[in-house]
Design a protein around this ligand. Structure first.
Ligand SMILES: C[S@@+](CC[C@H](N)C(=O)[O-])C[C@H]1O[C@@H](n2cnc3c(N)ncnc32)[C@H](O)[C@@H]1O
Length: 290
């Protein structure tokens, strides 16, 4: 019953005109949690290892969303302080409900961080940079707020073939609706091998390392795969929200056939890969800015 009410509320909200499509797709924290937060939490634990967070480190989580990465850092490390920043006030409010003296969330824009230079030991961004209009400016901001010798880390889904959950979805959506405006996330910047590594080098980071990280996605049933797409979260949810009920049902059937064939419902296991990048702030980076 609660799920039905949530679906209805989200569908109604999606039908209202909103200031921007981006705001709309990142305005429903519960929907995001069910659609993607459960998976970003799995990637978070691998990204934390890449960032090598030491005891007492101050950590910034850019585009912190509902708090998946910040809370994973809190639980897996002995970081001294963790700050999350995100432009979605609904997400910040949701994350703040779970905050504690170690974690703190603020509304803000990654392109214009309101923190002093060299304020953090580690700066991370999980599944965010492809959504930021000027991602290079955001990357430069991540470098600016990180101490010399500090580490800057980011990851973006590989929407090409590495993120099966969304690849399957967009392949079927494209085949079903070839004239649709291209919303396939594979067209987004920074989602292909080498993109993040090149950006990290361009913004002056050293010892740059790009690496794939893979998680397994276990869906208990076809409905566990499909129903989160109805919640309006992310570009795929926004696309489904614009379809009529009949067209949603037709797309659902295509996906069901693709994932289950003509057989009965069963659990579905898919792989999801991100491209992750790590770089170190050289001591000259800050000297050059002062
Ligand atoms: C796919 S979600 C990822 C959220 C979270 N990092 C996670 O992994 O669950 C993308 C996030 O980027 C945020 N975002 C969009 N534009 C941004 C900007 N200019 N600066 C910082 N974050 C931004 C959105 O509000 C959203 O929370």
């Amino acid at each position: 019953m609660r799920t039905a009410v949530l679906v209805l509320l989200v569908a109604c909200a999606a039908a209202q005109p909103t200031p921007s499509a981006k705001h709309e797709m990142f305005s429903q924290p519960e929907a995001y949690e069910r659609f993607m937060g459960r998976w970003s939490r799995l990637v978070a634990s691998q990204l934390i290892q890449l960032a090598e967070i030491h005891d007492g480190n101050t950590v910034l989580d850019v585009g912190s969303g509902t708090g998946a990465l910040s809370f994973a850092i809190r639980d897996a490390t002995k970081a001294g302080r963790i700050v999350g920043v995100d432009p979605s006030s609904a997400y910040v409010e949701f994350a703040t409900k779970h905050a504690d003296p170690l974690t703190h969330f603020e509304v803000g824009d990654g392109q214009d961080l309101h923190f002093a230079s060299a304020a953090f030991d580690r700066t991370l961004a999980l599944l965010v940079l492809n959504f930021i209009p000027d991602s290079e400016r955001a990357a430069r901001e991540m470098v600016r707020v990180t101490k010399p010798g500090g580490v800057v880390v980011a990851a973006v889904w590989d929407y090409g073939h590495g993120m099966e959950m969304l690849r399957v979805f967009w392949d079927e959506a494209d085949a079903f609706d070839p004239t649709k405006e291209s919303t396939d996330e594979a067209h987004m910047p920074l989602t292909h091998q080498g993109d993040l590594g090149a950006l990290w080098t361009r913004v002056g980071l050293v010892d740059v390392e790009e690496t794939p990280l893979v998680i397994e996605q276990h869906f208990a049933s076809f409905d566990d795969y499909w129903s989160p797409f109805l919640l309006g979260a992310g570009p795929a949810g926004a696309y489904v929200g614009k379809l009529s009920k009949e067209r949603q049902a037709a797309l659902r059937e295509r996906l069901r056939k693709r994932l289950l064939g003509d057989g009965p419902d069963h659990a579905i296991d898919l792989h999801a890969r991100v491209w992750a990048v790590k770089g170190t702030v050289p001591s000259s980076q800050h000297a050059a800015r002062e």
